[in-house]
Design a protein around this ligand. Sequence first.
Ligand SMILES: N[C@@H](CCC(=O)N[C@@H](CSO)C(=O)NCC(=O)O)C(=O)O
Length: 215
Amino acid sequence: MAAVKVYGLPLSTCTARVLTCLIEKGVEYELIPIDLSVGAHKQPAFLAKQPFGQVPVLEDGDVTLFESRAIASYVSYKYKDQGTDLLRLGNIKETALVGVWAEVESQQYNPPISTIVYELVIKGMYGMTTDQAVVDAQSEKLGKVLDVYEARLTENKYLAGNFYSLADQNHIPYTFFLMKTPLASLINSRPHVKAWWEDISSRPSFQKVLANANV
Ligand SMILES: N[C@@H](CCC(=O)N[C@@H](CSO)C(=O)NCC(=O)O)C(=O)O
């Protein structure tokens, strides 16, 4: 029985962010499915773990955490001596740059891409209609963010430097879904961004998440 439990769905973007981190760090875990389609995430038992009623939640002994980026950071710190060095703790400048670009993912990249994925992927799963005006507006915003990425990745193989880090990893789940839409062009039209995406998404950790989700 794994000490670490993750409550979520294998291919929910935010659960996948945590699972990718656990696998990259070589941490054994047990995934406990939470069926959003029946509202399991809004039941008292789950709300007691996650007051906002969202997945994922991670339980590690007497620690119960939510917010996927905070969970991934916890895993990266607690298991800093195993698996991939995601935080670059041996070099304060590199650690700082990991922090900058991890925050860029949360503050600049996530708002437009998560809205686009909701409109083009999630809504379709529930028979809802895409609001194209929203998609167009968010695509313009994401394009501007990706122009910054293209310039950064022209100088560095990865966002924080010439090393893969938590900053790159946090981008994977939503970008995976974007690549299944016509707006994959936002990535593919920028050569350094495209090469970066192909590199980070082909890592065994994320490929294992996809395999486990039967994708
Ligand atoms: N900032 C949080 C977002 C969690 C979230 O939106 N979870 C979704 C599934 S993943 O897209 C969720 O639980 N949706 C159901 C709901 O919001 O009711 C995080 O990073 O963990």
